[in-house]
Design a protein around this ligand. Sequence first.
Ligand SMILES: [Zn+2]
Ligand SMILES: [Zn+2]
Length: 241
Amino acid sequence: MTIWHKILNFILPPRCVICGKILPEDKGLCDTCIREIEFLKSPVCHRCGQPLGEVAAEDNVHLLCGQCLQNKRKPFRLSRSAFAYDDFSKKLILDFKFYDHTELASLLAKMMFVAGNEIFKSGVDVIIPVPLHYTRLIWRKYNQSSLLGKELSELTGIEVNNSVLRKIRRTKSQVECKGFARLKNLQGAFGVKNGQLIKGKRVLLIDDVLTTGSTLKECTQVLKHAGAKSVDWLTVARTSI
Ligand SMILES: [Zn+2]
Ligand SMILES: [Zn+2]
């Protein structure tokens, strides 16, 4: 820690973004609040990461949820999320995404790293964060998914690429759209530049929250069209879908 950081921490000590308690280090959350988070603990569906509840899990057996057993065609190879998107974690995500609490990136990326264990074991060649349109990036100053990508890359040693996948068209916020309109809103919104960089590669697509999956699906389609061998999804949180 630089002397400037020490002075700054003395004047403005880092606080927990949820409860406001002063923290010994700038990690964003206190231990009490971390314990309040509903982590998606195993056993989870090997394919989509949905928690399976109380089932006897044997070692080395890949359990699947009912949905994945019935429907083998999923856009992703594997999908995982660190915790449930509920009223408690919503504040955390919003603070990270919109209110400059970028100090949370390191902690959230560590949680993603643990949740994505099976994905990393299966092999990943490149991490690609879901991009923002440049006009939104100017307004927001940073892309929360890129920050997570940088941290995950440092944890895993896997390269992160922020330029291949691009948001080429501005879209309405997905929250404003319902059902089919969500898919339509995103049609043609993403594009790939220098596609040869991902040809034949196993891509890990990362984002903050997985809700209906429309954004990740659209990005996956574009990446596969450009020649990606497989696409995995890893997010910080997910709603129960
Ligand atoms: Zn707290
Ligand atoms: Zn499943």
